[in-house]
Design a protein around this ligand. Structure first.
Ligand code: CMC
Length: 379
C-alpha cells in the first residue's frame, strides 16, 4: 500500500546535508565557525582572518593574510561599470536591489558564465572570486548610502583594515577605534549561520553547477525579506516608531493586539536565545557609552524585557545590530546591505563546499491540486 509522504513545511527540522563550515547548537545557544566559538573569534580576530577561516577551514598564517591583502585591496575601489549600473537605477531603488544588481554586473565581468560548458571554475578560481567580491562590496554599500545623501564616493585607503576602510568609505573620516571594533564584531557575527534561507538558496543554485556570482545574487534576494536579513532594518523602524523607553508598554500592547510580528525577536533554530546576541549587545553598550546615548539603550532594554516577559521569545542578532549600525552612522536602508557584505563569506564558503560533494538539490512536492481531467472538447 502507498503511504502518504511526510511533509515538512518550511523544511523545519529537516537535515538536508552535512556541513563542516559551522555548527549551530540551539541547546547550548552556541555557534562554532570551523570549531571555534564565534564569540572568541569576535573578541580576538579581524573579519579578514575569519573570512579565510570560513573559506579554508583554518585560521590564516601571516602569509595567507598577506595573500588576502595583496589580492583583495586592488578590488576595493568602486568600478566604473558598477557605478554606471547603480546610477542607471531609479532614485529610491531598494538598496538590496542595488547590491544585487552590482553583484550581477561583477559576475558578468568575471566571465564565469562562459566557463560553465568547460566544467565551471576550479576551487582555487572560486576562492579568488570570493575574495574579489568580498573586497568590492564595501564600496558598493558605502556608495549607496552616500548617493542617497547626495554625496560623492570616497576612494578606499589601502593602508586601512577592512573594517576601518568600510567606515572610511561611508563617512569620509577615520572612525574611532570603539566604532571600528563594534563594526568588526558585527561583520564576524553575521558572516555564517549554517543552512539559513539565503545560504540554502546559494547552495541550491550552486548544486545545478551554476556559477558563484549567480549563487550570491540569489542569496541576496532571499536575504532581503523581513523574516531574514531585512529584519535589522525593520528593528530600527520599530525603535523610531516607539520613540522612548516609557512608550514601550502601550506600543507593545497595541502591536500584539494587531498580531504584529516584532522584528528582531524569534528564530527558527534558537528557541532559548541567539548565541550571537550577547557579543553584539556588548558592542552596542560600548557604542552607547561612546556616543552618550543612554536613551537608546533604555529603549532597547525596555523592549527586550517587556517582549520576553509577554511572549517568552528572545532577541536575535538583528535586535542589537540595528541600533548599533544606527549609532555607527549608517542610515537605516543600509543595514541589510551590511549583512550582505558580511554573509557573502558564508555564502561563498557554502558554494565551495557544495561543489566539493555536489548532489543536485531537487526535492519532491506532494500534489494536492485537482485530480486528472480531460480538456473540454469545445476548446
Ligand atoms: N513577534 C511576534 N510573534 C512571534 C515572533 C515575533 N518576532 N516570532 C515568533 N512569533 C510567534 C509566531 O507568531 C508564532 O506564534 P503562533 O504559534 O501563535 O502562531 C510562534 O511564535 C512561532 O513562530 P513562527 O514564525 O512560526 O516560527 P518560525 O520558526 O517559522 O519563525 C522567524 C522564525 C525568525 C521567522 C520569526 O521568529 C519571525 O518572524 N521573527 C521576526 C523577524 C526577524 O527578526 N527575523 C530575523 C531572523 S534571525 C537573523 C536573520 O536571519 O536576519
Amino acid at each position: 500500500p502507498r503511504t502518504e509522504p511526510e511533509i515538512h513545511p518550511g523544511l523545519a527540522g529537516v537535515y538536508a546535508d552535512t556541513t563542516a563550515i559551522s555548527r549551530v547548537n540551539p541547546d547550548t545557544n552556541s555557534l562554532l565557525y570551523r570549531g571555534y566559538p564565534v564569540q572568541q573569534l569576535a573578541d580576538t580576530q579581524s573579519f579578514e582572518a575569519v573570512a579565510l577561516l570560513l573559506w579554508n577551514g583554518e585560521l590564516p598564517t601571516d602569509d595567507e593574510l598577506e595573500w588576502l591583502r595583496v589580492n583583495g585591496r586592488p578590488h576595493r575601489p568602486l568600478r566604473d561599470d558598477v557605478r554606471a549600473a547603480l546610477d542607471a537605477l531609479p532614485p529610491g531603488a531598494h538598496p538590496m536591489d542595488e547590491i544585487r544588481t552590482a553583484v550581477s554586473v561583477i559576475g558578468a565581468r568575471e566571465g564565469e558564465g562562459e566557463s560553465l560548458h568547460e566544467g565551471g571554475a576550479t576551487r582555487e578560481e572560486n576562492v579568488a572570486r570570493a575574495l574579489r567580491l568580498f573586497a568590492a562590496l564595501p564600496a558598493i554599500v558605502a556608495y549607496g548610502q552616500r548617493r542617497r545623501h547626495g554625496l560623492a564616493p570616497v576612494p578606499p585607503d589601502e593602508s586601512l583594515t577592512y573594517a576601518q576602510n568600510f567606515l572610511w568609505m561611508t563617512h569620509g573620516e577615520l572612525p574611532d577605534p570603539v566604532v571600528v571594533d563594534a563594526f568588526n564584531r558585527s561583520m564576524i557575527l553575521y558572516a555564517e549561520h549554517s543552512f539559513n534561507a539565503s545560504t540554502f538558496t546559494a547552495r541550491v543554485i550552486a548544486s545545478t553547477l551554476s556559477d558563484l556570482h549567480s549563487a550570491v545574487v540569489g542569496a541576496i534576494g532571499a536575504l532581503k525579506g523581513p523574516l531574514h536579513g531585512g529584519a535589522n532594518e525593520m528593528v530600527m523602524h520599530v525603535f523610531d516608531e516607539i520613540g522612548t523607553a516609557d512608550a514601550v508598554g502601550p506600543w507593545l500592547d497595541a502591536a500584539l493586539a494587531e498580531h504584529r510580528k516584532i522584528m528582531g525577536f524569534g528564530h527558527r533554530v534558537y528557541k532559548h536565545g541567539d548565541s550571537r546576541v550577547p557579543t553584539m549587545r556588548a558592542a552596542l553598550g560600548a557604542l552607547v557609552e561612546h556616543y552618550d546615548r543612554p536613551d537608546l539603550l533604555a529603549l532597547y532594554e525596555a523592549l527586550e524585557r517587556e517582549f520576553v516577559e509577554r511572549k517568552g521569545i528572545y532577541p536575535n542578532l538583528d535586535f542589537p545590530s540595528g541600533p548599533a549600525y544606527h549609532l555607527m552612522g549608517f542610515d537605516t536602508p543600509t543595514f541589510t546591505p551590511l549583512f550582505v557584505a558580511s554573509r557573502v563569506v558564508g555564502w561563498t564558503a557554502h558554494v565551495l563546499e557544495q561543489q566539493e560533494h555536489n548532489a543536485l538539490i531537487r526535492p519532491l512536492a506532494a500534489y494536492d491540486g485537482v485530480p486528472e481531467r480531460d480538456v473540454p472538447v469545445s476548446r
